[in-house]
Write a new protein. Sequence first.
Length: 317
Amino acid sequence: MKRKSVRIYSFTGTGSCLALKLAEKLKQEGYVCTGYTVARFAEDKRLQRLNDGWKQEIGASWGEHALVFIGAAGIAIRAIAPFVKDKFTDPPVIVLDEKGTFAIPLLSGHVGGGVTLAKVLAEYTGGRAVITTATDVQKKFAADVFAMENGLIITDREEAKKISAGILEKKNTGIFSEFPLLGDIPEELTICGSEEQLEGCCGKIVICEKNPRNKKSGVLYLLPRNLYVGMGCKKRDKKRNSGGRAFENSGKAWIFTGADPCTWKHRSEKGGGRVAGAGRFSWSGVFDLFRRITSGNFGSQQFFGICKRSDRGRQCL
């Protein structure tokens, strides 16, 4: 999903007024927000008109935007039902009543950030976020939330589910990290000094820099998103599409670890530096190659909860 991209759908006059207010608030917070409503409430063009194929448009851009529906939950469910896949690819879907009294995340509450967005919307309206996920209700550690907030890749979805289920059943869960852990450790977790010390725990979590070749059964491995594929460009080269041909012609290709792909520096012959932004090329070929190298969606996030190693990864390897 495109970070901070939200589409709001409303169907009544009151709902459309709320959609306008929410869109304005979200834009002030840095979101890219587009509001839609039925024709008679879109005359001033502040909200876009819903056309006959609006449900198909939702499917065509599925996973790219958070979806907010102001109205009956049934409208939202019928609109999204044909496109629902799984929690790791579905976008966050939130339903609000037209008074903004309740904000209910229906899909992708943890991985997609639906719970967080519902709370943001409820704060705007003075309403209440209705959260139904068990770990949130019980205020317990959730592996998928931890991974999302720390920019970590979940290597095994089933193990992540087992970890959350075990914590809710008050089973001992151990965690070992190659990175220093920051902040208050949840009481349901036991910190271990090595992977071997996890053997006495029912649930096992390992945070490591590289994907182990010989994974142990019953262990949830969380990996940082620290591998990016870069493409070199000689000074004064003309713009060109990326992909196989671009890699042949560029003369350089590199891998970055821990760097922001939008701030890679291209050095001139005199030693000066300039930022080579992502807008300089068509990056689709680079992204496709990256996805073949590592799992998970392409993204660059700041760590919170674990401390990554030094900034050595910002240098070309």
